[in-house]
Design a binder for this molecule. Sequence first.
Ligand SMILES: C[S@@+](CC[C@H](N)C(=O)[O-])C[C@H]1O[C@@H](n2cnc3c(N)ncnc32)[C@H](O)[C@@H]1O
Length: 213
Amino acid sequence: MPDSDFSQSRASMVKDQISKRGINDPTVLEAFGSIPRHLFVPKNKIDSAYFDGPLAIGYDQTISQPYIAALMTEILQLKPGLSALEIGTGSGYQAAILAYLGIKVYTIERIKNLGQKASDRFKALGYDIKVKISDGTLGWPEYAPYDRIIITAAAWSVPDALMDQLKAGGRIVAPLGGRMHQNLTILDKTSDNRIKEKKVCGCVFVPLIGEGV
Ligand SMILES: C[S@@+](CC[C@H](N)C(=O)[O-])C[C@H]1O[C@@H](n2cnc3c(N)ncnc32)[C@H](O)[C@@H]1O
């Protein structure tokens, strides 16, 4: 199906779901208006790709609601050239948004088929994103330290390995809390390696599963 069939849905998503709820960074709005979200959902869900909520992508996992993905992107406070580690590749949509914004993206997915499909999408769309099929709670030491870390699955706290792999002056955005409800949380590492934490809003994510939680 040609992208023009979806461009109107994408524009409505940006206006009615993202912009109206207070996301106003023009670069973030442009990214969400440009990335073809319908290519990141299963074929039988393509007509719901721009729906205002999370969607199942198989293996009991989801692609996040567009607004939540946009909020996480905005509060990461990105600038082209920064590096970001994502834990929970899922469909690959969030990673593609980061890459569109000029970020050097490293993403880890524990479910092989999801990671492989996301990697195929990145290649097809021309994004240079490094994908690892592994337990993201242990991070990706080879490319550390990172300017930003985004965790797109829920845990009570940020795994120690990820804290260690964040640069001084860097930021982590993560849903922290219990199984049924979490707080989207910003953790800033100061220049003297202290952590400052700030809750942004309530949210619901699938669980982070791994050795480091
Ligand atoms: C809400 S989905 C991620 C949505 C994704 N960012 C997107 O744009 O589609 C959460 C993902 O985290 C993955 N996950 C959970 N624990 C993980 C771990 N320890 N390491 C890597 N991925 C993990 C799940 O398999 C799932 O694909």
